[in-house]
Every structure is written in C-alpha cells, then in structure tokens.
Write a protein that binds this ligand. Structure first.
Ligand SMILES: CC(C)(COP(=O)(O)OP(=O)(O)OC[C@H]1O[C@@H](n2cnc3c(N)ncnc32)[C@H](O)[C@@H]1OP(=O)(O)O)[C@@H](O)C(=O)NCCC(=O)NCCS
Length: 314
C-alpha cells in the first residue's frame, strides 16, 4: 500500500471519518460530538487534532484520512495524547510515528509531563521509544455489560446522598470536587463542557449539607454503547446511586451495551457491576496510565470510571 501523505490540522469531517474507521476496525468507543466538546473544553491554544491524509494524487486513497492523533494541555504542565490511530492497511509504514512525533513536539520542547493511556500491547513501546516510562501502579480495565443492566439489583446499595441533575448545582462546586480528585488540577472548563455533552446524561450527588460527594456522566457512542465517564464518588453507596440515577433517567439506557474504563484497584465498582449485570460483566482488556514525568497524586479510590480515556489523565 502507498503511504504518500500529509499531516494536517483535522477538520470535523476528518474526525467523523476517524470515528467511523476506528469503530469499524478496532471497536473504539467515541462519538462525533466528542470533537466539538473537546474543542470547547480546551480551546484552540490548548489542544491539537492532527490527521494524516492521503496525498491528492493517491488514486487508491483519494484524500482519505489514513491516521489521527490529538492532544490537550492542562495547567500547569500536563499534556495528554489520545486517539492515536492508523488505518490497518497503512500500519507499519511510519505514519503513526510521524503523527506521534508531531503531536509531542512542542510539549517536549516545553518540558511538559506528557501522558497517555496506552493500550496493553503498545504500552512497552510508549515506555521505551517515547519515554512514557512512569506507569501507574494500577491498570485501566475495560468493563463491559452486554446483556442489559437491572438497576433494581443495586437499589439497596445507594446510601443517603441525594442525586440531582447538573443544572441544579453550581458547576463551580462540581469542578472543585473534580479538582480534589484529579491531582488538584483545575479542569473546570472540561467539567462544564463534558457534563453538557449533547450525547451524555450527567448527575451529581450531594450530602445532607449540599456538598458534592460525587458526580458522573454517561454518553452514547458508536455501536449503540453507553460509556460511563467520569464517575467519581466518595464511596460505593454514592457510586451506586449515581449509576442507578443515570441509567434510570431513560428507560432505554439499561438495555444498551454499557462500558466503564476503570482503575483495576476499585473493587467496589466490580461489586456494583456484578450485581447490576447479574454476574455478566466482561473484561474487555486494559490500558496503562503512563507519563514521561512524575505520576500525579490522584485520589484514586474515588475514581469509579475515568473522565475519558483519550484525552483525560484520569
Ligand atoms: C499504534 C498505531 C497508531 C501505530 O501506527 P503505525 O503507522 O502502524 O506506526 P508505525 O509504522 O510508525 O510504527 C510505530 C511502532 O508501533 C508498533 N506497533 C504498531 N502496532 C502494534 C501492535 N499492535 N503491537 C505492538 N506494536 C505495534 C510498530 O511495530 C512500531 O514499532 P517500532 O517503532 O518499534 O518499529 C497503529 O498501529 C494503530 O492504529 N493501531 C491500532 C490502534 C491502537 O492500538 N492505537 C494505540 C492506542 S493507545
């Protein structure tokens, strides 16, 4: 196969093409709406989306998107990289390496701490060649419920917290809670954009004093799947209450294929999902959270699902 290509700033059409491609070839879980939401959350100066496009004189590929990668910057010095993808017939020809080098370039020059969630079979490559050799002591498990969820089975777990819609809570309070979990990094713009994602259902848990004790979202992605993320909660009871409230929001949701990208150390989540799925929660592989610099001090026991595994560092 030919590999005459250029690397360009990706358009929304390029993004739509890559969502279709990565769903078809690798069953990745994204949706067209993610692109405008990320753009809104990070802004032009703190994010970049690159597409490798076939050169116009390539009759076989005809200007098609051959590969993709993107990055986002969080203050003070974190850069996340995600959506690293090349069409199967063009793999192994150096397209991915060029995309990766280009997306890392300015963050490397600025000495930023670059991180990604590396899929299991690529993790060693990232650690070796790319210098992403500081790995979290947990793995990011992909958990799937394919046979439907029965929320009545987790009703008894839900504790005393009150679960409300995000419109009922000042988003600054949710962002402050997020920051307390996510290594004290201010992600307020991302929290606001993600919770208002057009394909998502979002809920917040409050204690008796009205303080935020958890929040969560689940969004519809390709292949009729509902992906939870983020799902942060102070305890198992709050996590169960959030999961139940989100799934009960619309009667069709429990019948979807449901996915969580969750730290392997969170046994409480596994307990909840076993009940919710009637023992039919499948292990769909894993990612490794890896950094070029120091690992972040995440309040990991509160993480029941990461925000999004492409551009989120937790
Ligand atoms: C990962 C990917 C984007 C690399 O693109 P590419 O154009 O094939 O990359 P290159 O030809 O520049 O090769 C990059 C390196 O990745 C390695 N690689 C690619 N796919 C691999 C796989 N499945 N397992 C192990 N290594 C792999 C190549 O061997 C090469 O390693 P080397 O530099 O030591 O020789 C592409 O293989 C892909 O889309 N894979 C499926 C999606 C995926 O897993 N993405 C990463 C998610 S974290």
């Amino acid at each position: 196969m030919s590999s005459n290509f250029t690397i360009e700033e990706a358009s929304f059409d390029d993004w739509k093409r890559v969502v279709d491609l990565c769903t078809e070839t690798d069953r990745w879980s994204f949706t067209y709406d993610d692109f405008p939401v990320w753009k809104k959350a990070f802004g032009e100066d703190k994010s970049r989306f690159l597409a490798a496009k076939a050169s116009e004189n390539e009759a076989s590929a005809d200007g098609d998107v051959l590969g993709f990668v993107c990055m986002a910057k969080f203050d003070p010095n974190i850069t996340t990289i995600g959506m690293y993808y090349v069409q199967p017939k063009y793999r192994g020809q150096g397209i991915g390496t060029q995309l990766f080098e280009k997306i890392m370039q300015d963050s490397k020059a600025q000495g930023r701490n670059i991180c990604l969630n590396g899929i299991s079979y690529m993790s060693e490559k990232y650690a070796g060649r790319k210098g992403l050799n500081n790995c979290a002591d947990w793995i990011l498990s992909i958990l799937n419920i394919n046979g439907g969820a029965d929320t009545s089975k987790i009703a008894h777990l839900a504790g005393n917290s009150k679960v409300v819609n995000i419109s009922d809570v000042d988003v600054a309070k949710i962002a402050a809670y997020d920051q307390s979990v996510a290594a004290n990094i201010d992600r307020s713009k991302l929290v606001e954009a993600w919770l208002n994602h057009p394909a998502a259902w979002s809920k917040v848990a409050l204690d008796g004093n009205g303080s935020v004790v958890g929040y969560g979202a689940a969004r519809m992605v390709t292949l009729d799947r509902l992906v939870f993320g983020p799902l942060y909660a102070n305890d198992k009871a709050t996590a169960a209450a959030l999961i139940k409230a989100i799934l009960d929001h619309d009667t069709s949701l429990p019948t979807r294929r449901i996915q969580f990208f969750s730290p392997s150390t969170n046994d409480d989540l596994f307990d909840v999902l076993e009940l919710l799925s009637g023992g039919n929660c499948d292990d769909g592989g894993y990612f490794v959270s890896q950094f070029t610099g120091q690992l972040l001090t995440i309040d990991i026991k509160k993480v029941y699902a990461v925000s999004d595994h492409a551009l989120g560092f937790i």
